[in-house]
Write a protein of this length. Structure first.
Lengths: 309, 357
């Protein structure tokens, strides 16, 4: 119950932050809506219609009421309801981001386990040095070179594009962006998971298991992996909300009509209702995900609940 | 019996750092970059990066190639010549203005720059020297990263120190501020700030600094809570040392290793963010050059087979970031050998875990 109250208060704080941010620095919405040729009377009229001439706390109260009734208003640029914009852009984002997260985790766990076993060896040090170098190059470079090499030169994939058919998107258009994102995301993830595994490998019960003469593979699967699940779950939980935002870079680079590109368009057009709605919804999703991972921890590790109580 | 003079803590750190060959090499590379950045900032290097110096997309090469001016126009093709031959002044409605126009034309001089056929590292679409652009871009990108990291880490340290030492209702307010900022995915928060702050170098620093303080806040708060109950701090309190002095003089020095390592980690993270923001059109202003704007130009160039700008910008960035990461690792080990276990941060991860811009 306390947890729920805290989450509700945090959400209120997010709304206040977003509201104040756009009101303090965002420029006058009435002038943006009125356009370049609006006369002062017209701007004043728009201001009155939107209630912008009222005191700040009245505006915040009205805004709060709108958000609570899940009415985010209309986009200033296209007059499309914001809820409809979000609903129509989400499938494309999920088509790209879902496979990325899944592939990354499924590939990173065995790789990190393998590297953790080889710790201290020349292969390990070489691999760690290589990942430092690979991670120092911008994501943007991989995307530029990847598109040029695989799509433009080799012709394995379409350069970019998207269709209305979900399956065709997944098979034809999504593989290149997904592949590049996984390629880039894998190095830091393997390093992170490796550190989780190394911490577990150093523990007493693992040493005992080794002293008992258990097979190395059995030690890894039965004694190391189960304990490493907790930091892995925590890290996944932190990444999950990002799945809904999508990758701004990937989506704008490959012209995928997802949420990320939509938010970027909104930022470039100063389309505040869209940005506000996305920010608040994402904060809500984050809080739900956090609560769920908390509950999952307790399932994965009874000690967590005992320590918190 | 010989008595060793006791060395200060900084001398200890230097002793440990000196034994780390890789870290020392990385430090030298970073110092070389610092020298270049100072030279560029003071106008000694790459001051005229925006000047047209070669043909568009001139390839890299050590020999200057054939220097060439503008192609001379064949006589007679100038439209003014034909106008002079045919006297239309009686019916030409523009005739009264011609004398004035001619006078004003004479006042203006156009100069044709001498364009080189090739430059050491090639030229971009406007014939600008890629090497000069890369040097200038290094200064801009690294400055953005360092300034934003100073802002973020300074803010995080200040708030973390207050929350960790004072606690109470001040701490509770700061904790809820922290939950609000972390409830929004990082890149989205950055874009929301970018929407209202606009673009330009100062804006990028502000955006990254104001959104990136949370990791440092968390760590510094934990450190201050840990140290506040240490014996030497309690002793200082018993002696009547004020709270501000206790925080700054008695706790902060023990927390500095964490802060310094976080500072370097944030510099790397923010440099990477600047590249992405510049590509998305939310980065530095259009009359400035950074690694991000160079890479953004490179996307179209690559399809034309012009690879040098991409290669140069990538090489500069990779060299700096790798050296800086290795230096950070060495610095952490030298400052406090146990730190790696406590903070768990590995280089290369941006602020708040691995960024997915």
């Amino acid at each position: 119950m306390r947890r729920l109250l805290h989450a509700a208060l945090t959400l209120l704080g997010v709304m206040a932050l977003v509201f104040l941010l756009f009101h303090a620095f965002g420029g006058d919405p009435a002038e943006i809506l009125g356009g370049l040729n609006a006369r002062p009377e017209q701007v004043a009229l728009i201001r009155e219609q939107l209630g912008l001439d009222r005191p700040l706390w009245v505006q915040f109260g009205r805004y709060l009421g709108q958000v609570l009734s899940l009415d985010f208003g209309r986009s200033w640029a296209t007059q499309e309801p914001v809820a409809q914009i979000l609903a129509s852009r989400l499938p494309a984002t999920l088509t790209v981001m879902g496979p990325i997260l899944l592939l990354e985790v499924l590939l990173a766990i065995p790789l990190a386990l393998a590297v953790a076993v080889l710790r201290g060896s020349l292969t390990d040090r070489l691999l760690m040095g290589l990942t430092t170098l690979a991670m120092s190059i911008s994501f943007l470079v991989y995307v530029i070179v990847g598109q040029w090499l695989f799509a433009f030169q080799l012709g394995w994939f379409p350069v970019q594009g998207w269709s209305t058919d979900g399956l065709r998107n997944l098979i034809q258009y999504a593989p290149l962006p997904i592949g590049l994102a996984v390629l880039v995301g894998l190095a830091p993830l393997v390093r992170l998971y490796r550190s989780f595994f190394l911490e577990e490998i150093g523990r007493d019960h693992v040493r005992t298991a080794r002293a008992k003469g258990l097979a190395p593979s059995r030690i890894l699967l039965r004694h190391v992996l189960p304990n490493a699940w907790i930091p892995i779950l925590a890290q996944l939980g932190a990444q999950l909300p990002g799945v809904f935002v999508g990758s701004f870079l990937i989506e704008s680079f490959f012209s995928i009509p997802g949420l990320g590109r939509e938010i970027l368009l909104a930022v470039n057009r100063s389309d505040y209702p869209v940005i506000q709605a996305v920010t608040i919804l994402l904060a809500g999703v984050t809080l739900i995900v956090n609560a769920t991972t908390d509950a999952l921890y307790r399932r994965a590790d009874p000690r967590v609940g005992a320590a918190a109580a | 019996m010989s008595v060793h003079p006791s060395r200060g803590p900084l001398a200890e750190v230097w002793q440990r750092l000196r034994r780390d060959r890789v870290g020392l090499g990385a430090l030298l590379v970073v110092l070389a970059f610092v020298a270049v950045i100072v030279a560029v900032a003071s106008g000694l290097l790459a001051a005229d990066w925006a000047r047209e110096r070669a043909f568009p997309h001139a390839p890299p090469g050590l020999w200057a190639g054939e220097a060439a001016g503008a192609a001379t126009m064949p006589a007679g093709s100038d439209p003014r010549d034909s106008a002079r031959r045919l006297d239309l002044s009686a019916i030409d409605p523009l005739a009264p203005h011609r004398a004035e126009w001619d006078r004003r034309t004479a006042e203006l001089r156009t100069t044709e720059p001498v364009r080189a056929g090739s430059l050491p590292l090639g030229a971009d679409r406007l014939g600008r020297d890629v090497l000069a652009k890369a040097l200038r871009g290094t200064q801009v990108s690294v400055s953005v990263g360092v300034l934003a990291a100073l802002l973020a880490v300074g803010l995080g340290t200040l708030l973390g120190a207050i929350a960790g030492y004072r606690g109470g209702w001040v701490g509770a307010v700061l904790e809820s501020l922290y939950s609000v900022f972390t409830a929004i995915p990082g890149i989205l928060l950055i874009l929301a700030f970018a929407a209202v702050l606009g673009r330009g170098l100062g804006s990028v620093v502000l955006i990254l600094g104001l959104t990136g303080w949370t990791t440092v806040y968390r760590l510094v708060r934990a450190e201050f809570m840990r140290h506040a109950r240490r014996d030497h701090v309690l002793a200082a309190e018993a002696l009547g040392v004020g709270p501000l002095r206790r925080m700054v003089r008695h706790i902060l020095p023990s927390v500095m290793p964490v802060v310094l390592v976080q500072l370097s980690l944030h510099v790397i993270g923010f440099i990477k963010y600047e590249v992405i923001l510049s590509y998305l059109g939310l980065g530095v202003a259009i009359d400035q050059v950074s690694w991000g704007t160079m890479l953004a130009e490179a996307q179209g160039e690559l399809l034309l087979g012009v690879w040098w700008q991409l290669a140069v910008a990538t090489a500069f960035m990779a060299l700096f970031v790798t050296a800086f990461s290795l230096m950070t690792d060495a610095l952490r080990d030298a400052l406090d050998p146990q730190l790696a276990y406590r903070t768990g941060g590995r280089t290369g991860n941006g602020p708040g875990g691995s960024p997915r811009p």
